[in-house]
Design a protein around this ligand. Structure first.
Ligand code: MF3
Ligand code: CO
Ligand code: CO
Length: 265
């Protein structure tokens, strides 16, 4: 079943969950500094999510079906060539120029808000900054397409075209997803595709768009910890994510941050 906002209660629930997830990213920004460990960032986010926002961190103990180890932390921290699902660790202290994606998913009153952005510790390289900027543009170009009647292929195409025009590549193993009371629901939102192909969008559908864009080739591998996805060629990867809903004339982004209020419809 496709994730769908069925009534006013769902809409208010998703707005609140999205706002909470965005607030975690706003809170953590100043703490992403040289020397901070990714476990320290995890601890700060966990405490804020649980104690200040009265939410549940959805990643903690997530998965684990089919014999997989459940995800052991409350947020994902993916540094440099880590594509996604990086596991926070005491052993991972940020160095000058590190690019880190922080991915937050909270559950508030049963509803999920899922969002991520890129941060830098110290002064990033021109290359890392450019990849992060283009990847954010990919997210926004995907979002721009969203309205009733557009197709999933239209979203994927907009993202892929922009990434490849900059000689970057799109990761294919992970995708956006329907979201609501369920974390990872139908439909799958591929970040590549062909215009006019795939399911048509309808008012009320709610899903994430979360392109993972590589500076080098698109191929990835999963580390023995069963979660951490890294680029095969060890070149940089970046990701940005929002949770949104299709409206009559476009979409409503549930996870907008203060710095993005210009995107409000
Ligand atoms: N937040 C990720 C997403 O965007 C999923 C993380 S699942 C975890 O879908 F178990 F790795 F945390
Ligand atoms: Co997601
Ligand atoms: Co996410």
């Amino acid at each position: 079943m496709v994730a769908r906002i069925k009534n006013e209660e769902d809409l208010l629930g998703m707005r609140e969950a999205g706002r909470c997830a965005a607030k975690v990213l706003e809170m953590i920004g100043p703490h992403v500094v040289v020397g901070a460990t990714t476990e320290h960032l995890n601890q700060l986010c966990h405490d804020y999510i649980v104690n200040e926002l009265d939410c549940i961190p959805a990643p903690l103990n997530y998965g684990g079906g089919g014999g997989q180890m459940p995800f052991p932390k409350s947020i994902c921290t993916s540094v440099n060539h880590v594509v996604c699902h990086g596991i926070p660790s005491h052993a991972k202290a940020l160095k000058n120029g590190d690019a880190v994606n922080i991915d937050i998913t909270v559950i508030k009153n049963g509803y999920h808000g899922d969002t991520s952005k890129m941060f830098f510790a110290g002064e990033p390289s021109v290359m890392a900054k450019r990849l992060a900027k283009v990847t954010q543009e990919c997210l926004y170009k995907g979002i721009d397409v969203v309205r009733p009647g557009a197709t999933l292929g239209d979203i994927g195409y907009a993202i892929q075209r922009h990434a490849e025009s900059q000689h970057y590549s799109v990761v294919r193993e992970f995708c956006g997803h329907g979201i609501g009371k369920v974390f990872h629901d139908a439909p799958q939102i591929l970040h590549y595709g062909r215009p006019g192909h795939g399911e048509k969008l309808e008012e009320g559908m709610s899903f994430t768009i979360e392109p993972m864009i590589n500076a080098g080739k698109r191929y990835i591998k999963i580390l023995p910890d069963q979660w951490t996805a890294v680029t095969k060629d060890h070149k940089l990867s970046a990701q940005w994510e929002h949770t949104l809903m299709v409206t009559a004339d476009g979409c409503e982004i549930f996870t907008l941050r203060e710095e993005e209020q210009n995107l409000r419809q």
